[in-house]
Design a protein around this ligand. Structure first.
Ligand code: HEC
Ligand code: HEC
Ligand code: HEC
Ligand code: HEC
Ligand code: HEC
Length: 345
């Protein structure tokens, strides 16, 4: 089925009114037609065959099981994926084929898309050290990576020579890649895929857009939003089930704090850098104080980076730690070598 989807997608992409620059201008009708075609095919499939494919539970899950899975994942009780196998989510290329008009044109310039990238992909960096294949971060904070296997990186240590094999999977992967396998800690894609924030959005969302997490038609519960952003931005939390510093198979819609233990009092800790503190402060406001102001009250993820300064709704909100005053700065200098102990910069 995935193959058929790709073939249909490719044909449309290559057709005169499809792909390339033209595709960017093409109307959303293409997407709708494609979606209908795919859906029609899916319902035929689910009538004809109920998963004769022995690999149906792995990456080649049948469309019927995919749809069933995504229905489950919308029901409240089923929405907890700690330690479970990764769902067979749609990849970013598949999403972008249809969403090339709105998100496509700016996606590659958004920091979430390039947090890890192949050498040579902008933004530019200093000269890559011998052996590196990918880079992580931007001008000020850079780490070099070497792909060592499927879904595996070694990280270059501060000495500029030693490739550390065991650091990335156990200490970084969950917040800097997509689809980390709970059993092996290997990742599925090193760039953030749409799945990281939008969750397991299956094709039935094309006719029911309200089920797509974070979409304009989706009812956004404040907890849901801070959990989605907090899965990576609450630096300093720990998964109870794995002991690792990133969540165990969190998927949009899950209750992050069920397994990822976070000390929300860090919002008041002057030794924590102010950027991390404001994340803790707004998360605590939502979780403990019933606030409905979320990350999305002030931040946009998509769009041209230069048009995307945080929207400052109430910067003097007393719950927000202001920039550290002089005495806090002194404390930060003496107590912490790093801006983030977790990321080591
Ligand atoms: C809990 C999630 C989490 C873990 C674990 C984590 N990071 Fe990060 N990392 C982040 C977030 C979120 C940011 C962006 C923070 C910001 O901009 O305020 C970031 C930023 C960075 C940056 C700077 C990017 C830039 O452009 O400024 C580097 C480099 C980095 N991390 C490296 C690492 C390394 C290496 C590891 C493993 C040793 C790691 N991180 C582990 C969440 C995490
Ligand atoms: C870092 C989290 C994140 C990632 C990754 C992400 N999105 Fe979004 N997306 C959001 C948020 C938040 C919104 C709500 C509007 C906004 O903030 O720009 C949104 C909105 C949307 C919308 C609704 C239209 C709009 O702009 O309001 C579409 C469609 C969309 N995203 C598609 C995608 C696709 C396709 C990808 C992968 C290429 C993707 N998103 C990756 C967070 C994300
Ligand atoms: C077959 C085409 C197709 C694919 C593939 C696809 N979408 Fe959609 N998507 C649509 C259509 C059609 C809509 C409904 C029309 C609309 O609201 O833009 C939609 C709606 C959305 C919305 C809500 C938009 C809004 O403005 O509220 C989001 C978010 C979204 N999709 C994200 C994704 C993500 C993430 C993926 C990949 C996991 C994906 N889509 C894959 C066609 C597609
Ligand atoms: C899968 C992990 C992950 C998720 C989920 C995530 N982020 Fe990020 N975010 C990062 C990392 C890593 C960076 C640093 C990128 C870089 O500079 O290399 C970052 C950077 C940012 C930045 C600074 C750069 C910019 O785009 O202006 C903002 C603001 C931000 N994230 C907000 C959000 C919001 C809001 C959400 C929830 C809708 C979210 N993030 C979800 C990992 C994540
Ligand atoms: C009341 C508004 C407001 C809310 C709510 C808010 N932020 Fe921010 N955030 C800001 C401002 C202002 C800045 C600094 C200006 C900028 O970098 O664009 C900022 C900066 C950031 C940065 C970049 C820090 C850096 O290293 O430059 C990240 C990442 C971020 N916020 C994530 C989040 C997340 C995640 C949430 C939700 C838990 C959130 N913010 C909630 C206003 C807000």
């Amino acid at each position: 089925m995935t193959n058929l989807f790709l073939i249909v997608a490719l044909l449309l992409w290559l057709s005169p009114q499809g792909g390339g620059q033209a595709g960017v201008q093409a109307s959303q009708q293409d997407a709708v037609i494609l979606a209908q075609a795919v859906q029609q095919f899916q319902s035929q499939q689910s009538q004809n065959s109920t998963s004769q494919n022995p690999a149906a539970t792995s990456s080649a899950a049948s469309p019927a099981s995919q749809l069933a899975q995504s229905k489950d994942s919308q029901s409240k009780d089923a929405h907890d994926h700690v330690g479970k196998p990764l769902p067979d989510y749609l990849t970013g290329d598949q999403c972008l084929f249809c969403h090339r008009n709105v998100v496509g044109p700016t996606w590659q310039q958004e920091p979430h898309a390039w947090t890890i990238r192949d050498l040579g992909v902008p933004p530019e960096t200093s000269k890559a050290p011998e052996g590196s294949t990918q880079v992580m971060g931007s001008a000020q904070h850079i780490r070099w990576l070497k792909q060592t296997g499927y879904g595996q990186f070694a990280v270059l240590a501060d000495d500029g020579k030693t490739w550390q094999a065991d650091v990335f999977a156990k200490r970084c992967a969950g917040c800097h890649t997509t689809g980390v396998d709970p059993a092996t800690h290997n990742f599925s894609a090193f760039a953030f895929d749409c799945y990281a924030c939008h969750g397991d959005v299956q094709l039935n969302h094309t006719t029911k857009p309200e089920i797509a997490w974070l979409g304009t038609k989706h009812v956004k519960a404040p907890r849901e939003v801070v959990f989605i952003c907090g899965q990576c931005h609450l630096r300093g939390g720990r998964s109870q089930s794995t002991g690792l510093p990133y969540p165990n198979n969190f998927i949009a819609g899950d209750d992050l704090l069920a397994d990822f233990k976070v000390d929300l009092k860090r919002a008041d800790d002057p030794t924590v850098n102010p950027a991390d503190r404001h994340v803790y402060a707004y998360t605590r406001n939502v979780i403990e104080r019933g606030s409905d102001q979320t990350c999305l009250s002030c931040h946009r993820v998509h769009g041209k980076p230069e048009l995307k300064h945080a929207i400052c709704i109430d910067c003097d909100d007393s719950a927000v730690p202001a920039d550290p005053v002089a005495k806090d700065k002194a404390k930060i200098a003496s107590s912490s070598k790093f801006r983030s102990e977790i990321c080591q910069y």
